[in-house]
Design a protein around this ligand. Structure first.
Ligand SMILES: Nc1ncnc2c1ncn2[C@@H]1O[C@H](COP(=O)(O)OP(=O)(O)OP(=O)(O)O)[C@@H](O)[C@H]1O
Ligand SMILES: [Mg+2]
Length: 256
């Protein structure tokens, strides 16, 4: 599904922006009565069951919840990779239900970075090529230069020519992070990015993620089973059975 993000569209120039305090109050993700039902008629599964959620620019939000509670599904809907069955989804000023598949691909390319638990690097490409791909597809002439800078920012400048199979799990995840951040997305979605790493390596990946996100005012959604990682976010959400069972944002606190 992710390959859809890698279509070639005209160049988008304005990649770096500075935010004012007023910008930070603006909602960047706004979900209303979001429902997601998947499966065939005979075996329908209600996955998301009425999610109301507003996230403002620059917030760092962790999403906790038991296996099967809908965390990944929620992330896929926000990325426009899964179509909601009901409700409205506004992400970075776009109402996703109004966008065609082509528009959704542009939306992801320009606005969304995604990091998965299992890295999803292209095995036949070097670290540098993996990071450069989305930049090339965005039409940037200095894609490789920028990719090298992104690798340097995650401490992998000396590994640029290595293939994923020659890298440790932590190094592969750093390449994946560099790739996700290289196009300067407004929103970084990370689905258990430390799930395949030892706790020390995982902590370092998350440090990098927070540093880069803070430098660039990127809104961060971090799905994790690790409560100590979740605590590092400015806001904690708990999903249960496809609803938000807990939201640490004071005005929205839901009784346990
Ligand atoms: N394509 C699909 N068709 C039917 N059911 C699905 C589909 N994809 C996911 N589900 C179901 O939706 C529910 C939520 O799945 P999801 O992957 O969002 O959970 P999760 O909270 O990310 O879990 P985990 O912590 O194990 O990753 C699960 O019960 C899953 O079996
Ligand atoms: Mg999941």
């Amino acid at each position: 599904m992710i390959e859809k993000a890698y279509r070639i569209y005209p160049l988008k120039n304005e990649l770096v922006e500075t935010m004012t305090d007023d910008d930070r109050k603006d909602p960047i993700i706004s979900l209303s009565k979001l429902h997601l039902t998947l499966g065939t008629k005979a075996s329908k599964v209600n996955i998301l069951n009425g999610i109301d959620l507003t996230i403002t620019k620059g917030e760092t939000v962790s999403i906790l919840g038991p296996s099967g509670s809908g965390k990944t599904s929620l992330m896929l809907v926000i990325a426009g990779l899964e179509h909601a069955s009901g409700g409205t989804i506004m992400v970075a000023g776009q109402f996703l239900e109004n966008l065609s598949e082509d528009d959704l691909a542009i939306f992801r390319r320009d606005l969304i970075g995604i990091v998965f638990q299992s890295f999803h690097l292209v095995p036949t490409m070097s670290a540098l090529e993996n990071v450069a791909v989305p930049l090339e597809f965005a039409g940037l002439e200095d894609a490789f230069e920028r990719a090298q800078q992104e690798l340097t920012a995650v401490g992998l400048e000396s590994r640029a020519a290595h293939y994923p199979s020659e890298l440790s799990g932590g190094e592969q995840q750093r390449v994946a992070l560099a790739r996700a951040l290289a196009p300067r997305p407004k929103i970084l979605l990370a689905d258990e990015p430390t799930g395949n790493l030892d706790s020390e390596t995982g902590r370092r990946i998350v440090d990098l993620m927070f540093e880069r996100a803070a430098e660039r005012d990127t809104t961060l959604l971090l799905i994790t089973h690790d409560e100590s990682l979740a605590d590092r976010c400015s806001r904690i959400l708990q999903l249960r059975d496809g609803i938000i069972a807990f939201d640490s944002a004071p005005a929205k606190r839901v009784a346990e």
